[in-house]
Design a protein. Structure first.
Ligand code: ZN
Length: 237
């Protein structure tokens, strides 16, 4: 399987990479949605919603700052670094579900963070994006219009921001290889992007210790941790 995947990648010009929580779990980032995801008695579903923010923005901000600290303390692993290296050898695009910022910190530049970014706040009035590090504590105000800032994260019940998935789908239609890493298959949008790549003729590689929704239509399933398999597939420095 590894050899077939390596050959496909070696002959590819355009590579679409789709990553999910699995790649970051290997850096110690909890999923927040699963077991043990409680914070002060709240579940993610109680806090990561527009309704929760409307009810108690201060509480939601405290939770996100706590999560942000965990993400900022974590380090990109060899899997993140291998994905970043692909940009040097291929015309590649990275679509990630992860908000932890580990991909950009590993050096990925051609990426779309489809669920947002833990280090970024967004104005609820004028959509201005601002690094959280530049904002006040508590419930910060927009530097442009003084509106209420919220975490720039796609919450439960919200639809994808205009354009985010279109970029991925457009690239998927032209990709020679689609590399899917650490997705659970519970999130359907990244799966449908990978499916679109497959239908358009891409060789689909699923890197995952467990089966996912993608495994069933993948051309190669590399079973195991991405921190070990991606350097083997892509090459290490
Ligand atoms: Zn504003």
């Amino acid at each position: 399987m590894l050899e077939a995947a390596r050959q496909a990648l070696g002959g590819a010009t355009r590579v679409l990479v789709v990553t999910g929580a699995g790649i970051s779990a290997e850096s110690g980032i909890p999923t927040f949605r699963g077991e043990g995801g409680l914070w002060e008695g709240f579940r993610a579903q109680d806090l990561a919603t527009p309704q929760a923010f409307a009810r108690d923005p201060e509480l939601v901000w405290r939770w996100y700052r706590w999560r942000r600290d965990i993400c900022n303390r974590a380090q990109p692993n060899p899997g993140h670094l291998a994905v970043a290296r692909l940009e040097q050898t291929h015309d590649s695009l990275l679509l990630t579900q992860n908000v932890d910022g580990l991909h950009p910190r590993a050096g990925s530049e051609r990426l779309v963070e489809i669920h947002g970014n833990i280090d970024t706040a967004r104005c609820t009035a004028c959509w201005t994006l601002t690094p959280i590090a530049e904002l006040d504590d508590g419930v910060p105000r927009c530097p442009r219009c003084a509106g209420t800032m919220r975490p720039h994260i796609l919450w439960f019940g919200e639809t994808y921001w205009e354009g985010t998935l279109d970029v991925g789908l457009a690239f998927a239609g032209r990709a020679d290889v689609c590399l899917v890493v650490g997705t659970s298959g519970m999130v359907t949008a990244p799966t449908s992007v990978a499916m679109h790549a497959k239908r358009s003729g891409a060789f689909v590689i699923d890197v995952n210790p467990n089966t996912s929704e993608v495994t069933r239509f993948a051309d190669a399933w590399l079973k195991g941790p991405s921190g070990e398999l991606l350097p083997e597939l892509i090459g290490a420095d």
